[in-house]
Design a protein around this ligand. Sequence first.
Ligand SMILES: Cc1cc2nc3c(=O)[nH]c(=O)nc-3n(C[C@H](O)[C@H](O)[C@H](O)COP(=O)(O)OP(=O)(O)OC[C@H]3O[C@@H](n4cnc5c(N)ncnc54)[C@H](O)[C@@H]3O)c2cc1C
Length: 421
Amino acid sequence: MDGVLIAGGGIAGLTMALTCHEIGVPATVFEAADELRPLGLGINMQPSAVRALYALGFEDALDSISVPVDEVALVARDGAAVWSEPRGLDAGSRWPQLSVHRGALEMMLYREAVERLGPAAIVTGCRVTGYGHTLDGVRVECGLLDGTVEQAEASVLLGADGLHSAVRAQMFPGEGSPRWGGSVLWRGVADHRPVRGGRSFVVVGNRRQRFVTFPIAATDPVSGMQRQDWIAELKFDPMRGWRRGDWNTIVSADEFLADFEDWAFDWLDVPALIRSSEVVYEYPMVDRDPVDRWVHGSVALIGDAAHPMYPVGSNGASQAIVDARLVGKAFLDHGVGRAALRAFEVGRLDEMSELVVDSRLAGPASVLGALDERSRSIFDDLDAVAPADVERYIADFRRDARQSIDAFNAAPPTIERGTRA
Ligand SMILES: Cc1cc2nc3c(=O)[nH]c(=O)nc-3n(C[C@H](O)[C@H](O)[C@H](O)COP(=O)(O)OP(=O)(O)OC[C@H]3O[C@@H](n4cnc5c(N)ncnc54)[C@H](O)[C@@H]3O)c2cc1C
């Protein structure tokens, strides 16, 4: 088979398939699940990813399932505002930052991939288990649901098979399980009256304990309520070990609710949000140490398979989408083969490795922890605690953000419309 074989039909794999189709490269996705379903909860998409999806023709579809985020707000443990900053269009970006249900995003990509590439191009119930090189490409082995094993050949294999990637495991046989740094996230969605302006990404807490919430739907005009995604986070001793990192583990809220019981403020009722969620998922916050390559001959890793990181900076899905566009650009520049994969790796690996490590520091939310440690108490009087530090931190952060927004707005699209390989 000529063209591209993609292991995994998640956000990375489906965006990759759609990008291949756009530039005229044949692509097939092998997805392990027997059926793609709208799994997961809310995610945030950075303007870079939104720009990429708009370029793929999803502007209306995406706008109809998402909410533009207009600020990030870091709030002290007592519910008093600490710092807020505009995001997306409000920050000057030409493209919005959007919050969306992961499942709705995946189903949007899936339906369109089936429509554009044809149903035969998305093969479900097909788990990639290994690969071998051929003279001019790669042979891929996959296990079907009935227990049989099949082989397929392609010019290149892209491992978009997520955190527990089988393709990565073959590339790095000694790597083992993901690394757990001591945090556990409990996640859910529930209705709440609009929090702050109704388009806020809000982080409340300190270094040991945090609560994050953002809207994933417009305010219901009848009830006045809005669907909020929430994440409750507690830190433990990393030596104690935790269960396997799986996005779909359902648990009882009793496991952590007591720690958030008094987090009821007049503008955000944390215990009520937790209690009114139909399902609560548990996720030990895991990542993997950066590796020094993502390419092995005609095989490359993209998305979480390449750079799994803590879900703290709205980067998981965003960077997976950007990866797919950059691989598409490399195919245009170098043809569908090893040279393109190497060019993608050279241009991207260092930046993503840095992001994996930075994500361990909690991004701007680390201000909350730093302040808390200085005050050794709930910081109800921020000005008295460390105004100079906060200002310095925020000034640096603003400078970086402003520079990157200007550069981003001025940059040409990764793939010029109508370009074919
Ligand atoms: C079910 C699920 C729920 C999630 N929920 C959230 C969430 O609520 N919030 C959040 O921030 N992030 C969530 N994530 C993670 C988030 O989607 C990713 O960080 C980001 O979108 C990068 O996507 P990806 O395509 O690289 O990986 P993933 O989204 O993990 O997709 C990987 C895909 O590969 C498939 N796969 C795995 N192994 C194989 C194999 N050997 N052969 C073939 N296919 C394989 C998986 O079934 C999956 O469809 C979730 C991921 C999953 C899989």
